[in-house]
Ligand binder design. Structure first.
Ligand SMILES: Nc1ncnc2c1ncn2[C@@H]1O[C@H](COP(=O)(O)OP(=O)(O)OP(=O)(O)O)[C@@H](O)[C@H]1O
Ligand SMILES: [Mg+2]
Length: 332
């Protein structure tokens, strides 16, 4: 497979593999949530993982990070097979954020980042108890590093705030800072822009590029297709636990199977989306004009007008397929 970046940065096809998942399968009783998935993330890459609700994306992340022991398959980081234990995976160099934010809400922003730092500090329990000079030095270094990371994600001014008082978008960024505190070589982001407005999403996009520029490879799950296709060198599509397609943003957007199984209608920013938006705006305008017309009491007409539209709409709503099966999809 050839992978390229359009931005003029080096071609990543030949770069060393950071993550290699081979034949990863995860079964829960009779349900196969992830089936025989291979995925490679190379040095310098941002790779996207997309797919409908319940496709198995988070479950796959959980297999990569040792939260789940895959039923079959194995995961390697920089050529070494990982033991399925979260702390060993973190120690090896993989960090993650969670779809359902997991912060220590009663701790400060800075303290949350310090927690993420602990895998990289050598000072043991005894040293911490007696608070000797080694411990104090290490603590000062950790705080300095944590402040740097807060600066990096734009939260330095809120270092002493309680995590629970941060707006939602900033909590997501704090999770990223905490993940970065373990000095990862690979960062896994599970829906980093969920609940964010457009401006926050845009800054998160820039943040992910900046993380990549630090030499950290990124694997990111998102439902915001504009975000994914802007950001990723390569995108893999999971549908019902299986990898359906993998390729550049262009390849994936143009793949009929992906459109049928997931993308459905064009996302904002896709070719043709502008026209669609114009039509929508014109329709909204027309509806508004109609509503403000003096004799809006043509009660017989209204339902008749709506009927054909309702018929036309439901032909395909693939993006919501399986949505009802996933209310607990991220309960890990
Ligand atoms: N611990 C578990 N026990 C049983 N079934 C599970 C468990 N975790 C996930 N599943 C099931 O596995 C399937 C995949 O869920 P998963 O959360 O990985 O989907 P997802 O692609 O992340 O979806 P979403 O986009 O909604 O986050 C779902 O059917 C879910 O109910
Ligand atoms: Mg998920």
């Amino acid at each position: 497979m050839t992978t390229t970046t359009e931005t003029g940065t080096e071609t990543t096809a030949t770069a060393a593999a950071v993550l290699e998942a081979r034949g990863v399968t995860m079964r829960f009783g009779g349900l196969t949530a992830v089936r025989d998935v291979d995925l490679t993330v190379r040095q310098g890459e941002i790779v996207g993982l997309i797919g409908p609700n319940g496709a198995g994306k988070t479950t796959f992340f959980n297999c990569l990070t040792g939260l789940y022991v895959p039923t079959e398959g194995q995961v390697s980081y920089k050529g070494t097979v990982l033991p399925p234990k979260p702390h060993l995976v973190t120690q090896a160099g993989i960090a993650r954020t969670f779809q359902n934010i997991r912060l220590f809400s009663n701790m400060t922003v800075l303290e949350n980042v310090l927690v993420g730092r602990h895998t990289r500090t050598k000072e043991g329990l005894w040293s911490a108890l007696v608070r000797g000079p080694g411990f104090k030095r290490a603590e000062a270094a950790s705080r300095a590093r944590a402040m740097e990371l807060l600066e990096f994600v734009g939260l330095a001014a809120k270092a002493e705030h309680l995590a629970r008082n941060l707006p939602y978008g900033e909590q997501r960024k704090l999770e990223i800072a905490r993940a970065l505190a373990s000095d990862p070589g690979l960062l896994l982001l599970d829906e980093p822009t969920a609940g964010m407005n457009q401006a926050e999403t845009r800054t998160t996009e820039e943040l992910v590029f900046a993380i990549r520029d630090l030499g950290i490879a990124v694997l990111v799950i998102e439902h915001d297709m504009k975000f994914i296709f802007n950001l990723c060198d390569r995108v893999a599509v999971l549908v019902q636990g299986e990898k359906l397609v993998e390729g550049t943003s262009e390849v994936v957007q143009g793949d009929e199977r992906v459109v049928a199984a997931y993308l459905g209608t064009p996302f904002e920013g896709a070719p043709g989306a502008e026209e669609a938006a114009e039509v929508e705006a014109a329709e909204a305008h027309a509806a508004e004009a109609e509503a403000t017309e003096p004799e809006a009491e043509a009660s017989e007409d209204a339902p008749a007008d709506e009927a054909p539209a309702a018929d036309a709409a439901p032909a395909e709503t693939p993006a919501s397929e399986g949505a009802d099966s996933t209310t607990e999809g991220d309960s890990k």
